[in-house]
Structures are given as C-alpha cells and as structure tokens.
Design a protein. Structure first.
Length: 270
C-alpha cells in the first residue's frame, strides 16, 4: 500500500519524540502521543490538535500520525496523536467510545503540558475523521473549538452493497447489524450541534467521500451551523492527509483560524 509506505517513511524521518504517552483505557490501542513545542509549560495556553488515524476502522496506528508532529508543533500547537481499538475484534461503537475517552483524557490533562483545554480542535483522516465527527456530535465530552475531518465518510448508509467492496467493509467488519449504519453517520447526528466544522477532501477523492462531504456541508449550512470546506485540487484520498506533513499547508491556516476563535459564523462551503 503506497500510503502506508509513504506515511511510515515520513514518520521515520521525523526527529521529534513524544513529550508523553497517555493511556485512556486498558487496551494497548487506547493510547495518545503528545508532541509539545520546545519550552512549552503550564500556563502557555497553546492550541491543541487531537488527530485520529484512518485505516477503514481495521488498520492504522502511530506510524500514520507521527509525520504530522513537526508541522503541528511549528504552528505552534500541541499535537495529540490518538490510536483506538480496531474492527473486527472491536465493533462499533467501540471506536466512538475511544474517541470520547481520548478526548476526555486530553481535556483533563493537557494543561499540564502547556495546552489550553478550551482551544482543542478534533480531527482525523478517513475513518479517524468519521470518529472525530461522531465524537463531537455525540456531545459526551466537553465541547471542542472545532472539528476538522479530512477525507472522512460523513454518511455510512450504503445499503445493499457487496461485502467485498470498500463500502461493504463497514457491514462486514465494523457493524454488528446493518441498521447500525445510520447511528454511525455524522450527517444523521447534527441536531443541536454548535461546533464549527471544517471539511476537507480531495478533488480526486473516492466518490462516496466527495458526495457525503458535499451533502454534509449542505446539511450543516441549512441547519444554520458553522461550516467551511476545502476541496484540494488534484488530490486523492490519501494525498489530503500526506500533505499535512508540511507546516505551510493551507489546512493549518484553517486550523490556526479556528483554534484562535471562540466560534465563527457560517462560511463558504464547497
């Protein structure tokens, strides 16, 4: 898998080591690596990016996250890389429970490392972005400043698809029952949301990613909820994440903007 090779190579090239490794559960996968700007200390009130890896809910780990650390720290901000329990050994909503558990743990402890618990942005790539969105929309943790899913599926209601297809994996590996798809779809959980969303996907992303994000933008906008979006030109599903190796990527400009404000009004979408 080209993405796996590239992400691992970029992560191996990083010179940063985590300031701390936090555990938010008994499973080894329930872990957080914290990367902190040099000299950061309690009272600095730095913004925090909490980010979950992708991998279709069945793969992935810190090797798919560490390459972002230098870029995030350069903002400057604290980077909290999150891993979680994987399917099929752990069915939905285990991943949502882990998103909530990780976020609560970070909110409770991040001030010890110079982070501001009131300036947390939650994001993730692909499956990780879906978990991030559902974590925010569940409202089972304190509110975050913003949610920034990257190339994430916003609607998992795929219906009668073959189990050996990309869409079919959610029914084969992730869900206990087919009807779980609506409850795992961020687009179905917008009632009462006030967290700003910034959605990003690629011009050449998977069809269901492009479609569900465009509909998610419309649904948020129609509900009067704060939303902006970016469509990365000529980018595929994995390009959108790998580009976050660069601290100068426009996505970080959106992060800085969102992390620096208590909220924002509805903006352009699409």
């Amino acid at each position: 898998m080209a993405y796996d090779r590239r992400a691992r190579a970029l992560s191996d090239a990083s010179t940063l080591t985590p300031e701390a490794v936090l555990r938010y559960g008994e499973d080894p996968a329930q872990a957080i690596e914290l990367y902190v700007p040099t000299g950061a200390a309690r009272g600095d009130d730095l913004p925090v990016l909490v980010f979950l890896h992708g991998g279709a809910w069945i793969a992935g780990g810190f090797d798919w996250l560490r390459f972002m650390a230098e870029a995030v720290v350069a903002q400057p901000a604290i980077f909290a890389a999150v891993t979680y329990r994987l399917a099929p050994d752990h069915k939905w909503p285990s991943q949502l429970e882990d998103g909530i558990g990780a976020l609560r743990s970070i909110q409770a402890r991040i001030s010890d490392y110079g982070g501001d618990p009131d300036r947390i942005v939650l994001g993730g790539h692909s499956a990780g972005g879906q978990i991030a969105a559902m974590t925010v929309l569940s409202r089972q943790a304190a509110p975050v400043h913003a949610c920034m899913p990257v190339s994430a599926p916003m609607d998992l209601r795929y219906g009668g698809v073959a189990s050996d297809t990309g869409k079919g994996r959610v029914y084969r590996f992730l869900f206990r029952a087919a009807q779980d798809d609506a409850g795992a779809s961020p687009i179905c959980a917008l009632s009462g949301n006030r967290t700003p969303f910034h959605l990003m996907w690629g011009e050449n992303d998977f069809d269901h990613i492009r479609d569900s994000n465009a509909r998610m933008c419309g649904a948020l906008r129609d509900a009067g909820q704060p939303v902006t979006s970016t469509i990365e030109p000529a980018a595929g599903h994995f390009d959108t994440h790998l580009r976050l190796n660069s601290p100068d990527d426009d996505w970080y400009r959106a992060f800085r903007d969102l992390a620096g404000r208590p909220g924002r009004s509805v903006g352009a979408c699409g």
